[in-house]
Design a protein around this ligand. Structure first.
Ligand SMILES: [Ca+2]
Ligand SMILES: [Ca+2]
Ligand SMILES: [Ca+2]
Length: 461
């Protein structure tokens, strides 16, 4: 078969409808079975619910002024929600994108149409492209610095994760927000030339996308060049970059000021709960966040007692701190001794990518004990010893009892603070009393745990 008119390079579909029944039944012969055509729709991630007239391209006879929609068997979409329209919108569906605004990509559903004469079509596919949506960004980078800026660009965007694991969200840079970046067929020479100009302009601004899809920015050395401005689309793509691309409806503008905030360091106390170990003893210290510096500012350790009398271990970017040749990096992690409470310290400076250095400041780490309450039982008019440390952390000798309250009915004496032993005398009568205590680190009395509650059940003889 061949199209006689309107020939195009891309394949077309057609449908044949035939009447082969010689019946003289007038109704049968004048009513064609309804037919639902597939629909390909799009909406931006995070957008409010939107109406789509999916019946508009279908062949179905129904009362357009009525209240009964011809849409039947509407399948639950793979993401988001879909509902048949009502009132004046019985010819379509209302789609709400996923509530998780990080999601973009193809969503599918199915439906059929039913005519007034109750004939039903075969199912048609609905494909909804939830398009990613980038938002404008503005930040600073030091002159002459090189860095990946993908996280800065995507941090405030919608639809940065693809619903479909065989697809991905790519960044496409452009120097011109009005330039057609995505048409593939019959692209005019003027557009091709403009795309080339855009590419060169981005290169001259030090912008590129590497093989992993990360955006790299090599800032000009001369701050006098002024802010760097460009635009980017987010694109829902096949992972292998084959097939159709689904870019965001608009590109987002990015302004990078060629300047660097002076790094800031602060004196700070970091409290870490005692863990029993041996696993799960490491705590990432987000010092950039703690000091209010950008994420790409490095931490340089200048001195510490950790590993030199102080317990535990410091690591930088995944390997052990070493004063001589491994004292600077982005990620500082402290690994505690395990099942022990104590204090350690280090001094540090913050170093910007452009080489500015902050004042030196000190971080004190308190590994804080954890008191856990318990329920104990005691016969009335009797006296007994109880050790409250059994379920506490640490269970070593680095802590002692402190702040032991008087029970609400019984009486108590602290028999041995270092071993957690209290002597309790029950009253003459059954009752339930409570008392509280905390743990104090013996070598660092300024470190005191939470308050734990002990319930004393006084029983009959
Ligand atoms: Ca349709
Ligand atoms: Ca953004
Ligand atoms: Ca306890």
């Amino acid at each position: 078969m061949k199209w006689a008119e309107n020939q195009t390079a891309t394949p077309r579909s057609y449908r044949l409808a035939t009447l082969i029944d010689p019946s003289t039944d007038v109704l049968w012969n004048t009513v064609l079975k309804p037919y639902a055509y597939d629909d390909d729709l799009s909406i931006s991630a995070g957008d409010p619910a939107q109406f789509f007239a999916i019946v508009a391209n279908d062949e179905v006879e129904y009362n357009t002024a009525g209240t009964v929609s011809p849409i039947v068997d509407l399948a639950t979409p793979t993401h988001g929600t879909l509902a048949v329209g009502t009132g004046s919108r019985i010819n379509g569906v209302i789609y709400t994108p996923p509530t998780d605004t990080k999601l973009a990509g193809p969503v599918t559903s199915k439906y059929a149409v039913r005519s007034t004469s109750m004939e039903k079509s075969t199912p048609a596919n609905i494909t909804i492209h939830v398009l990613p949506r980038p938002f404008e960004d503005s930040f600073k980078k030091g002159p002459g610095t090189s860095s990946k800026i993908t996280a800065e660009l995507l941090g405030n965007d919608f639809g940065t994760e693809n619903i479909d694991s065989t697809r991905r969200i790519n960044v496409v840079l452009t120097n011109d927000p009005d330039l057609d970046m995505f048409s593939m067929d019959k692209v005019p020479d003027t557009v091709l030339a403009a795309r080339e100009r855009s590419k060169l302009a981005l290169e001259s601004k030090g912008l590129s996308v590497d093989a992993n899809g990360d955006v790299q920015f090599d800032a000009p050395v001369d701050a006098g060049a002024g802010p760097v401005v460009f635009y980017y689309y987010l694109v829902d793509d096949d992972a292998n970059l084959v097939g159709q691309r689904f870019p965001s409806a608009r590109p987002a503008r990015v302004t990078i000021e060629l300047a660097e905030d002076k790094p800031v360091a602060v004196d700070e106390l970091i409290e870490i709960p005692v863990k029993h170990g041996p696993s799960d003893l490491s705590t990432k210290l987000d010092l950039q966040d703690l000091t209010g510096n950008p994420e790409d500012y490095a931490i340089r350790i200048t001195d510490t007692n950790i590993g030199a009398g102080g317990q535990g271990r410091l690591s930088i970017d995944g390997s052990n701190y070493n004063a001589a040749d491994h004292n600077e990096g982005l990620d500082v992690t402290y690994t505690q001794q395990g099942n022990s409470a104590y204090a350690v310290w280090f001094t540090y400076e913050v170093v910007s990518p452009g080489g500015q250095v902050s004042e030196e400041r000190k971080i004190t780490i308190h590994v804080v004990p954890k008191a856990v309450g318990e329920s104990i039982s005691l016969k009335r008019n009797t006296t007994a010893d109880f050790v409250l440390f059994g379920n506490d952390l640490p269970s070593d000798a680095s802590v002692q009892l402190v702040n032991v309250s008087n029970p609400s009915c019984a009486t108590r004496t602290v028999a041995d603070a270092a071993s957690g032993k209290v002597t309790i005398t029950a009253p003459n009568g059954t009752n339930t009393c409570t008392m509280t205590y905390a743990l104090q680190v013996r070598d660092f009395p300024e470190i005191v745990s939470n308050k734990a509650t002990v319930t004393i059940q006084v029983t009959r003889r």
